[in-house]
Write a new protein. Structure first.
Length: 137
């Protein structure tokens, strides 16, 4: 099945890559090892794997996503509106421009560079709180 063929390799690759990432939390490592145990041997019989994937692939993928969300807060299915996507693109472009300017500028003091780097992707409310603290110092 072509649809299935397109899903198996990326899912295995993702699971494999996640297991190779240095993990700090022992709970995360244990959760990933447990979910990895559910998979048939990838170098085993492809037909057995295909059957397992058809029967269990969606549930396994949801479980993996939930582990990733729980421990790394990534993998959410955000369902952004077109307006939200546009705002995120503008935010991304603005930050990209700022990084370019920061890397191109030779007259930025180390203190200013550090403050920009530390606040680069923070929400505006967090940046304002940091600015307030700096003003009081």
């Amino acid at each position: 099945m072509p649809v299935l063929d397109g899903a198996i390799d990326p899912a295995l690759s993702l699971a494999h890559d996640i297991l190779l990432v240095p993990v700090v939390e022992p709970e995360l490592m244990q959760a990933l090892q447990e979910i990895n145990k559910q998979l048939p041997q990838p170098d085993g019989d492809k037909e057995i794997f295909r059957q397992w994937w058809q029967a269990n692939g969606q549930v396994w993928t949801r479980e993996l996503r939930q582990i990733i969300i729980s421990y790394r807060n990534i993998g959410h299915d955000w369902q952004f509106s077109e307006q939200q996507k546009s705002l995120l693109r503008k935010y991304y472009d603005a930050n990209k421009l700022l990084v370019y300017c920061l890397n191109s500028a030779s007259n930025v003091s180390p203190a200013v560079r550090q403050e920009i780097e530390e606040t680069l992707l923070l929400p505006i409310a967090n940046i304002q709180k940091i600015g307030d603290k700096c003003d009081r110092a």
